[in-house]
Write a protein that binds this ligand. Structure first.
Ligand code: FPP
Length: 237
């Protein structure tokens, strides 16, 4: 199957899965898998920017991932911090916009401050937008949006009958971002895992056995080619 880079999906979302198994197969600690996964993220994001993708969303840490051993949680948080510090230096050059989906209040203050800084810098650019889902859960996002709307109703700013799908979308972390066209899940797992539940209503899914640290631009091409070979009907005929 041939990929057509002139007709890309606008928005690709990826569940970066399989870091732990990648490390285990090499006799390495799971944290080494996450470090390798972070490098893959950088390579794939840079490549997506190069081919002209508009939006890339990645799942880095879920609301459920806090259940992992403290050492692993700290390693993932440390990787995000390292990545943000390096990105702040490079954003001027790369023009990549970075945004976060998730409850950032639970992050260490220093990291939270970094996310605010990258968000601020991002408003100056018009390049590809990368959304990093961190402490993110799809159901949690929907509940928060419902609560925010209900609070506005209680305060007399909105009326319940005004609510439409479009209006509701504006209360989600992804407000203003088009829905993902293609969701990629590496590592052989075939499930959604609470990722972009509302936004992926009509997304095409692509699964591959390749583990995330081994995911390459050729794999990305395969996923896009598979997407391009499908017929999207959005419920029509
Ligand atoms: C899932 O693999 C992966 C994660 C829970 C963490 C992903 C984090 C990164 C790639 C690094 C930090 C992110 C950025 C944006 C720099 P798993 O651990 O569930 O793998 P397994 O299923 O093989 O155990």
């Amino acid at each position: 199957m041939q990929v057509d880079l002139d007709h890309l999906p606008r928005h690709i979302a990826i569940i970066m899965d399989g870091n732990g198994r990648w490390a285990k197969r090499r006799g390495l600690p799971r944290t080494a898998g996450h470090a390798a996964g972070a490098e893959t993220f950088r390579t794939i994001a840079t490549y997506c920017q190069k081919i002209g993708l508009e939006y890339l969303t990645v799942y880095a840490f879920s609301t459920e991932n806090w259940k992992r051993p403290l050492e692993e949680v700290s390693a993932i948080i440390g990787l995000l911090k390292k990545y943000l510090l390096e990105s702040i230096e490079k954003m001027e050059k790369d023009k990549i916009r970075l945004h976060f989906f998730g409850d950032l209040d639970a992050l260490p203050p220093e990291l939270r401050e970094l996310t605010v800084r990258t968000d601020d810098i991002s408003t100056r650019y018009e390049g590809m937008q990368v959304n990093v889902c961190f402490n993110y859960g799809g159901r949690d996002e929907i509940v928060r949006a419902a609560r925010a709307f209900a609070e506005e109703c209680a305060a007399g700013k909105r009326r319940p009958e005004e609510l439409s799908e479009e209006l509701f979308s504006g209360y989600l972390y992804s407000a203003g971002v088009p829905d993902p066209d293609l969701v990629i899940r590496p590592s052989g797992e075939i499930r959604i895992s609470n990722f972009l539940l509302w936004q992926s209503a009509y997304a095409e899914y692509y699964y591959t056995d390749v583990l995330w640290p081994d995911f390459s631009k050729e794999e990305l091409h395969r996923a896009i080619a598979a997407y391009q070979g499908r017929s999207r009907r959005f419920g029509g005929v």
